[in-house]
Design a binder for this molecule. Structure first.
Ligand code: F6R
Length: 613
């Protein structure tokens, strides 16, 4: 959940690290810090608050040097404060550490170190790591070995970078388990380390991603990697295709707004290389799937968290309707505990923007243990969920910086649709004309999304009228039921207004008691097979004095006579309607939050990539 950036080379490390941290602030933003080595001494600047605060501190008390480490934190152990902010120094001030993850046995380690006379200066679990390294360094006289020994003592999952005043020509980076990534960016005569690609991609696109159990010694002109047992590893160098400009806000007020608008491009990109436009066929090379395996699949378990899980719920309908394969959707944090009945002919399909969500990775591991084929749909290139799967569909959405996920929701909807068409085709379920129809429908989506986006000013006016509500109910049916969940999640996470998503038919079984003139009821009532049923929900809400905001299909003449406000969307083939219907709900949540003056991109208590369980 925290972000790490480090640098070693000829340039001044301070601005490189601070600029990198700014790009990672979405990961955690309650405190930040930097440590730079110069003239044999480690200088540390850190404070509670956002990177702006750190930047001001560094301006007041400058530090510079050619090697340094930095961190932006999302508190797990100890409140956000100056003393708990990373980097953490060892007792003698010669070792300094930035760390992602949780030292699960930190109380035992703390007691052990305290008994040896170490005085702790923070409430964090990370400080134990710095002290342990100092302790082992005293014996080993080798930073790498000291870190290796330390890692053997730590329980839990970790990503860390270590710097020592006694070995000023190197940084040590390590990854243990799933506490976020550790990417090494290889430059010319300089190296970069980051928990996430966007922090360093402007400097180099050549990267190596550490696997769990790997430790690297990084010098300015070369690096080497070993596993925990001390065996040398030859890592794979990858080239990142991202354009650094797309990690900037451009002319938009917020990343979230930019990313909402980027959906047209993201959805077109996700089709590239997957749609054979001459034959109207889908090809998903990244899945590494042969015909025999495709024929043998009996069931697909979709697992994911939050917004990605909502995409999975739509995916269930797509895969069952189009490919006729039974699908179960299990929220990733429940997957292991549910002990699902998964067999060798089943697939566990994980969906994740970051590809580093601890719960999702744990669910994948469980799927692996149970012998299932592992697939993932992932946005962050090189992430763990991408590497661990037997087959992967890369979302092609580009970096998503806003904490509230938008384009990384609609992109996997397209991917799931393509997957369904592909499997149906391989399994011989589609006539030629049906296949062509399904693929043609897919190609219409980017321009339909563009049309929905053009209505942003109208939706913003509705948001202005409703910005002071205390709660909202979102209702959807069929394939748009998950869109009600997603609309409600978007509103609550960035505007802090309580919102609940419900299957529309359930309203009469309880939530209807909430409906009065204060409570807006947002209904997804587009022209699909459930339209008439949705109209009767609107009537029921109106009969109780509720204020109805409807997402409706352009040209519908009935709905304006019933609903109080309408968010229009263009007519869309029903299997793909969630991609278009969610657009006004994203815009609505965004404009309510901005009207309330809230920090849309970095909502309170949240982090972009949730690497703790
Ligand atoms: C909501 C949101 C979260 C994430 C969830 C999973 O806007 O962003 O609910 O969808 O934490 O994250 P990933 O997709 O990175 O696994």
């Amino acid at each position: 959940m925290c972000g790490i950036v480090a640098y070693i080379g000829e340039r001044d490390a301070t601005p490189i690290i601070i600029e990198g941290l700014k790009k990672l602030e979405y990961r955690g933003y309650d405190s930040a810090g930097i440590a730079v080595l110069s003239d044999g001494l480690i200088g540390v600047r850190r404070d509670a608050g956002k990177i702006r605060r750190l930047e001001a501190l560094v301006a007041e008390q400058p530090i510079s040097g050619n090697i340094g480490i930095g961190h932006t934190r999302w508190a797990t152990h100890g409140a956000p404060s100056q003393q708990n902010a990373h980097p953490h120094l060892s007792a003698n001030g010669r070792v300094v550490v930035v760390h992602n993850g949780i030292v699960e046995n930190y109380l035992t380690l703390r007691e052990e170190l305290s008994a040896e006379g170490v005085e702790f200066r923070s409430e964090t679990d990370t400080e134990t790591i710095a002290h342990l390294i100092e302790k082992f360094y005293a014996v080993e006289k080798d930073l790498f070995r000291a870190v290796q020994k330390t890692l053997q003592r730590l329980k839990g999952a970790h990503g860390l970078v270590v710097m020592s005043a006694d070995e000023p020509d190197r940084l040590i980076a390590a990854r243990l388990g799933n506490a976020g990534g550790v990417a090494i960016g290889v430059g010319e005569g300089e190296m970069f380390i980051a928990s996430d690609v966007p922090a360093i991609v402007e400097h180099t696109r050549n990267m190596v991603f550490l696997e769990s159990g790997q430790i690297a010694i990084i010098r300015k002109d070369h690096f080497q990697v070993e596993n925990l047992a001390g065996k040398a590893v030859t890592p794979k160098l990858q080239t990142i295709p991202w354009d650094p400009v797309s990690a900037e806000k451009g002319n938009y007020r917020h990343f979230m707004q930019k990313e909402i608008h980027e959906q047209v491009r993201a959805l077109s990109d996700t089709l590239i290389g997957r749609v054979d436009f001459d034959n109207y066929r889908i090809k998903l090379d990244g899945l590494n799937l042969d015909e025999q395996t495709a024929m043998s699949i009996q069931k697909i378990f979709i697992t994911a968290c939050g917004t990605a899980a909502h995409a999975g719920m739509v995916g269930k309908i797509l895969l069952e309707r189009i490919a006729r394969i039974p699908v179960e959707v299990l929220v990733a944090s429940e997957f292991r505990y549910a002990d699902p009945i998964v067999g060798e002919n089943d697939v566990v399909l994980a969906i994740s923007q970051s590809g580093e969500t601890a719960d999702t990775l744990a669910a994948m591991e469980e799927g692996r243990k149970k012998g299932a084929l592992l697939w993932s749909i992932v946005n962050a290139i090189g992430s763990q969920a991408m590497r661990q799967a037997d087959g992967c569909i890369s979302m092609q959405a580009g970096p998503e910086i806003g904490v509230a996920s938008t384009k990384a929701f609609t992109a996997p909807l397209m991917d799931l649709y393509m997957l369904a068409v592909y499997l149906a085709d391989v399994r011989g379920l589609l006539s030629r004309s049906r296949r062509i129809e399904l693929v043609k429908d897919l190609l219409k989506i980017p321009s339909l999304v563009e049309k929905a986006l053009e209505r942003e000013p109208e939706v913003a006016l509705i948001a202005e009228k409703f910005k002071d509500v205390k709660g909202a109910l979102y209702l959807g049916r069929g394939i748009n039921m998950p869109i009600a969940y997603e609309g409600a999640l978007k509103l609550k996470e960035i505007s802090y207004i309580h919102a609940e998503g419900y299957p529309a038919g359930e309203m009469k079984h309880g939530p209807i008691a909430l409906v009065d003139k204060e409570l807006p009821v947002v209904v997804i009532a587009t022209k699909d097979d459930w339209y008439d049923k949705m109209i009767s929900q609107v009537e029921q809400a109106k009969a109780r004095g509720g204020k109805v905001i409807a997402v409706a299909t352009e040209g519908d003449e009935l709905i304006p006579t019933l609903a109080d406000e309408i968010m229009w969307v263009p007519k869309t083939p029903w299997l793909l309607s969630p991609v278009v219907d969610v657009i006004p709900l994203q815009i609505f949540a965004y404009h309510i939050a901005t009207a309330l003056g809230l920090d849309v991109d970095q909502p309170r208590n949240l982090a972009k990539s949730v690497t703790v369980e």
